[in-house]
Design a protein around this ligand. Structure first.
Ligand SMILES: CC(=O)N[C@H]1[C@@H](OP(=O)(O)OP(=O)(O)OC[C@H]2O[C@@H](n3ccc(=O)[nH]c3=O)[C@H](O)[C@@H]2O)O[C@H](CO)[C@@H](O)[C@@H]1O
Ligand SMILES: C=C(OP(=O)(O)O)C(=O)O
Length: 420
């Protein structure tokens, strides 16, 4: 396949309804957690994403048997033969490191390479490793490889220096088969952590507190109930569609969503003047011409999510007045600014903050998706811009959005995929 591009012609107000897919950032830890089980697990609501394909490859490379039909995935972890993750699979996707906790606690050993940095930041895994060490693992590092070993993990108290999502998940998974009780303090509180707790408990684990800053895990002897489990909807996809509706001055009904998971985004869009109605599992966004500038700081949940920062920045590029966005989670998550400028946005970056001077219009350009959410934001920009926008680096978008262009087409968007 040649290089793929998305070609977007802007100016159409999006109208209609769209259904949100299962959450990428929930399904990835759930798939890793299957390694803790002795029995077959059925997952429902599985989104068709490149990252899910990669996690499937990771599990298969370890010996798991997987059947994937539509949005249902059946994972049989009873045939695991390896505890080593190939460096190519670690490089392809950072979330591959989520198999480390499960492999360590179930098999007493794991070997993986460092996931390495990516364009949004250096993203070390020191907090994951410190957690494993606190649980009694010995860690050896050599030529970019990490080997962790423990005859038996033992429960303990772990205070995280920062509420890291991945470290909280890895430690929860490792501790669920440890001897005794583990307490994680300053734990991440993201909805995906609650989903992981619910999934593990259904498998037979004893975990409480997810969603709060202290999580208690009473180690279980074995996990292996034969279960089926439906993953939560993707809150970042929800947020992205909300901004799409607002930015195009359209009216969109977003289905299969949990409004409480996007409160931070809803609050900011409302502050900008956008009308949003919440029902049980639906959100209706009604855009209108002209919206207010805002200040936003990204923070761990329930603060404003860093994964919505680029989408919100392109929205604020067309606001009336000057906005400031401060990125507190990743040190290098402003690479989209250069691309937004090509479309006519007026943005200056100073350290961790971006100052966005609202302009009255954006114009189409050839732009590069530098990472997943930057790519999504460029699609949003294209939908609002005059003329045609061509987005390169589409594989980043396919990591985290299922058939983005066909779903936006159903809302009336003029968007198509080309390849040469
Ligand atoms: C697959 C998945 O769920 N990805 C999400 C997850 O990533 P991820 O789990 O990688 O994000 P973390 O919460 O761990 O990272 C937050 C910050 O902590 C730092 N850190 C993290 C671990 C560590 O051992 N040491 C350390 O210093 C990171 O460099 C970063 O600056 O949460 C992020 C923050 O909400 C989201 O943007 C990602 O979409
Ligand atoms: C940064 C993201 O994902 P990951 O942690 O998988 O790189 C994201 O979903 O925006």
């Amino acid at each position: 396949m040649g290089m793929e591009r998305l070609v977007v012609t802007g100016g159409v107000p999006l109208k209609g309804s769209i259904t949100v897919s299962g959450a990428k950032n929930a399904i990835l830890p759930l798939l890793a957690a299957c390694l803790l089980s002795k029995n077959r697990v059925v997952l429902e609501g599985v989104p068709c994403l490149n990252d899910v394909r990669t996690m499937k490859e990771v599990l298969e490379s370890l010996g798991a048997k997987i059947k994937w039909t539509g949005s249902v995935m059946e994972v049989d972890p009873s045939s695991i033969t390896s505890v080593g993750v190939h460096p190519d699979l670690m490089r392809k996707m950072r979330a591959s490191n989520l198999v480390m906790g499960p492999l360590l606690s179930r098999f007493g050993r794991v070997k993986a390479s460092y996931p390495g940095g990516c364009t949004i930041g250096s993203r070390p895994i020191d907090l994951h490793l410190k957690g494993f060490i606190a649980l009694g693992a010995r860690i050896a590092e050599d030529h970019g490889f990490i080997e962790a070993e423990a005859f038996k993990l033992r429960g303990t108290e772990i205070h995280l220096d920062f509420p890291s999502v991945g470290a909280t998940e890895n430690i929860m998974m490792a501790a669920s088969l440890a001897e005794g009780t583990t307490i994680i303090r300053n734990a991440a509180r993201e909805p995906e952590i609650i989903d992981l707790q619910n999934f593990l408990n259904k498998l037979g684990a004893r975990i409480r507190g997810a969603g709060l800053d202290t999580i208690r895990i009473d180690g279980a002897r074995r996990l292996g109930k034969e279960i089926s489990y439906r993953v939560i909807p993707d809150r970042i996809e929800t947020g992205t569609f909300m901004v799409a509706a607002a930015l195009t001055q359209g009216e969109v009904l977003i289905k299969n969503t949990i409004p409480e998971h996007v409160e931070a985004v809803t609050a900011k869009l409302r502050e900008a003047g956008i009308k949003i109605r919440e029902e049980e599992d639906r959100i209706i966004v009604s855009g209108q011409p002209g919206w207010n500038a805002l200040d936003i700081r990204t923070l761990p949940f329930p603060g404003f999510p860093t994964d919505m920062q680029p989408q919100m920045m392109i929205f604020l590029s067309l606001a009336q007045g000057t906005s400031i966005i401060t990125e507190n989670i990743f040190e290098n998550r402003f690479q989209h600014v250069g691309e937004f400028r090509r479309m006519g946005a007026q943005i200056q970056v100073e350290g961790r903050s971006a100052v966005i001077r609202g302009v009255s219009r954006l114009t189409g350009a050839v732009v590069q998706a530098t990472d997943l959410r930057a790519g999504a934001a460029l699609v949003l920009g294209g939908l609002a811009a005059e003329n045609t926008t061509i987005i390169e680096g589409v594989h980043h978008i396919d990591r985290g959005y299922e058939n983005l262009e066909t779903r936006l087409q159903m809302l009336g968007a003029k968007i198509c995929r080309t390849s040469d």
